[in-house]
Structure formats: structure tokens, C-alpha cells
Design a protein around this ligand. Sequence first.
Ligand code: NAD
Length: 369
Amino acid sequence: MASNRSLLILPGDGIGPEVMEQVRRVVGWFDRKAVTFEVEEDLVGGAAIDAHGIPLADETMERAQDADAVLLGAVGGPKWDDLPFEVKPERGLLRLRKEMDLFANLRPALCFDALVEASSLKPEIVAGLDIMIVRELTGGVYFGSPRGIEDIGGGERRGVNTQIYTTSEIRRVAAVAFELARKRGGRVCSCEKANVMESGVLWREEVTKLHAESYKDVELSHMYADNAAMQLVRNPKQFDVIVTDNLFGDILSDEAAMLTGSLGMLPSASLGSADATGRRKALYEPVHGSAPDITGQGKANPIATMLSFGMMLRYSYDLPAEADLVQQAVEAVLASGRRTADIMAEGAEEVSTEQMGDAVLAELEKLSA
Ligand code: NAD
């Protein structure tokens, strides 16, 4: 029997609690089978504002720092839209990312066979697609200084942002990409704009150096980020792992996500540095938000959050077989024609959030029988 793994669940707002209810059932299923979890639960976002007046209490932050992994639903909603920026629900999420120093954002783009038709690209381009985008999340132009808007006289103003990367910032995110590639297809494509940006030249040099020092077994290629944007829609299956900076990663990961269809299907992970025992701080969450337009109607698709839990099994708990099981169960449900409203197709059977949970659990049982 496996040892305990600590897990902090933060359902958050809107559809967050609804989808998390179904994910908890999946966690419970594994708990009963073989893998024991030590689950705690707490508030984040609007739910925390209502309870404590702030979007993330200090005690919750501490629990997140102590947990092996954090699973978050979604935050935000119209109820809290008029609050000042510093106390909005989203600040809770930003605080988690910042204080846990989650510098590597992992966004898989996986196209399930049953959903091939939902992509805006031709089926043969996306069928079997399985790529991973690793985005640097805590540096680059979103955080660099100087920044701001200044008056420069004569009715002119100047807006400034600064793209900055240091050796260690580049190396640590590249290392995550190389490690991932070792567990996947063994290939990393590093994207920047070394043709026009010094920070891009440094990025390319440092990734190349790290590769030569420690990851020669992984195949490394380099691509300008604008070309990568084109290649993602021309022939996305040429990629295995893409590693890139904060700005380019923001754009490329959204582009890759759309290759696969619905927001309700997309998981993500954000990882921090490994400690002496190899344990990394980690936050797993669906890409989607709190979807206030469908909250409380049983329409939310819980699969993105279930797949986020699957990523947790793989990357925080090193349980690849169990992670595969989650993915296979989702695949089987989709292949059987059951769909939540967001991924509904002609001839399919529309199911509620809870029925989707029932279906995934039933498939887990079948697969493990
Ligand atoms: P959203 O992702 O919540 O919703 C966009 C659209 O996709 C909506 O029509 C919604 O119904 C649909 N959708 C999203 N997730 C779905 C799911 N699991 N199943 C079925 N349909 C789904 O984005 P938005 O409408 O721009 O934002 C709503 C709120 O969420 C805002 O307060 C925003 O700030 C917040 N938000 C939070 C996060 C987060 O917590 N990480 C991310 C994005 C937005």
C-alpha cells in the first residue's frame, strides 16, 4: 500500500465547487483502491472574501505551502467584480502562485479521438495530438522593470515594459521541460525571438548549454516563437514539449489549447523548484474560470479538473499508471458518446456534471476490473 499524500483542495467560486464535487469522488475512488490521500479543504477567491474579508487567508497560504499538491477549482464572479483590485478573488490565486514561486506552467494540448470534430482544424491535423507547453510564469516582460507610462512632453506619452531573464530563471524552466520530455516523447523545442531580442539570444544559449551539460539524451530544437505559432496550426503533431517564456507562452498555450476544442477539457499544472527530497511545490487547476453563466445548473464539465488531478498523480505523486487510468476513463466516456453541454455533438447523449462524474467512476471500475 502506498503512503499518504497530502492534498489541499480549494474549490473556489462559481462552477468550482460543482466540478470539485465530482473530482473528490475520483480522489475517493483511488483512495479506496490503493493510493491513500490525506485531503484537506479550504477557501479561496470570493468564498474566502465572504468568510474572511480577503481572497486568501494566511492560514490557507500556509496549508498550501505544506501540502504535497494543491488542487484549485476556479475563482471570481459578478458578486465580487466591483471590489478594489487588491482584494478581488483573483488576488488569492496570484498570491498562491507568487508565494509558492510557481515558475513553470504546464499546459498539455491533448486531442481525444472522440472530440476530433470539435477542433477548428481538420481531423487529420489534430487526431492523436499530445503536446505539452511549458511556459515560464514568474519572469519576463510581465514583471520586468522599468515599466510604466510616462509623459515625455509635446503631448506625447511613452509606455514601457522590460523583458528580462537571468541565467537561473531560464535554466530552471528549461530543466522542467527536459525532465518532462524524458517521461514523454524525448523531444524539446525551445521558442524565443533570438533574431530580434537579446533576451532571446541569452535564452537560446542557456537552454543549449544546459542541454549539453545534463540532457543530451533529449532531442533539442530551437524555433522562433512566431514560426512556432504558425507550426502549431500547420502541423502541431511535430511537437512533443515546447518550452518558452512568459509572454510567448501565454499566447502559444492558448493557441494550442484551442486545437483541442472546449475550455471544459483543459487541465494545467504550475510547478515550483524541487527541494532536497525532489518534492516540488505544485498547483493544479483547470484552464477555465468560474463560468458564472452556467453556475448551479448542472451543466459544468468536470473533465478539465479531473484531468488536472490526473496531472497531479503524474507529476506530484509519480503515479503514471494511475494518471493514465484517469485519462483512459475520460477517453472511454467520451467514446461512449456521453457529453456535457459544452462538448455536445449530434447524436451524443447530453449528461449533467454529476452524470459525467458517475460515468467516469464507472469507467474507472471497468478499467481496473
Ligand atoms: P470562463 O472560463 O469562466 O467562461 C468562459 C465560457 O466558457 C463561459 O461561457 C462558460 O460557461 C464556459 N465554460 C468555462 N468552463 C466550463 C466548464 N468547465 N464546463 C462548461 N462550460 C465552461 O471565463 P470568463 O467568463 O471570462 O470568466 C468568468 C469568471 O471567472 C470571471 O470572474 C473571471 O475573472 C474568472 N476567471 C477565473 C480563472 C481562474 O480561476 N483561474 C480563469 C479565468 C477566468
